[in-house]
Design a protein around this ligand. Structure first.
Ligand SMILES: CC(C)(COP(=O)(O)OP(=O)(O)OC[C@H]1O[C@@H](n2cnc3c(N)ncnc32)[C@H](O)[C@@H]1OP(=O)(O)O)[C@@H](O)C(=O)NCCC(=O)NCCS
Length: 169
């Protein structure tokens, strides 16, 4: 995959093509979403990531990796994400950039990569649950996403559901 906006030293690949990234990504999930993926939580980060090692069906994940082979972040295309909105999908979910790599457009590039994967697989629309603290709302709106369905909630508090049509040019 090739994306113009990504920093020159970073490339995006499918997690299915980079299984060695799995333990590092699992560590990132635990650090970022400790209430769910930490020792007290219900989640299993490695199992969730392993389930995303698909190429031509969902769930799948994309990974940002720098020239030194360091994993900078990931995002997933999943059939389900926000529990209160199971009737919608698929979802851009599990987006995280390692703290040392934030603010370099890698998050935006991972969003673009998941949009492209959803298009490639023929989905007419894509959804995501956005937490205000992520700072992603402006980016989503700029990329053509629209707010839908009012508010939802997650372990981190309120979320807004956004939809992107993949059939409009
Ligand atoms: C959200 C996250 C993925 C952004 O990754 P990133 O690589 O730093 O993002 P980018 O550099 O591509 O910036 C994307 C947008 O987020 C904004 N942003 C990035 N970090 C921010 C911060 N700490 N506070 C507020 N906004 C921020 C940027 O300004 C940019 O918006 P803009 O283009 O309108 O200015 C990253 O901060 C992260 O992993 N956070 C923890 C997990 C999380 O919140 N995931 C999203 C769940 S909804």
């Amino acid at each position: 995959m090739r994306y113009n906006a990504v920093p020159a030293d970073v490339r995006i690949t499918l997690l299915a093509d980079l299984p060695e990234a799995l333990p590092m990504l699992a560590g990132l999930f635990v650090a970022e979403w400790e209430p769910y993926y930490g020792p007290e939580g219900l989640g299993d980060a490695e199992a969730d990531l392993r389930a995303c090692c698909n190429r031509d069906r969902i769930p799948l994940a994309v990974v940002a990796i720098d020239a030194a082979g360091t994993v900078a972040g990931t995002a997933a295309l999943k059939p389900e994400s926000v529990a209160s909105h199971r009737h919608l999908g698929p979802w851009l979910a599990a987006l995280v950039v390692a703290p040392a790599h934030r603010g370099r457009n890698i998050g935006a590039t991972l969003v673009a990569a998941v949009e492209d994967e959803a298009r490639r697989l023929g989905f007419p629309a894509l959804y995501t649950g956005e937490s205000p603290a992520s700072g992603l709302a402006r980016l989503l709106v700029r990329r053509g996403w629209h707010e839908v369905e009012g508010e939802a909630s997650s372990l981190r508090g309120p979320m807004t559901i956004y939809r992107l049509s993949l059939t409009e040019t």
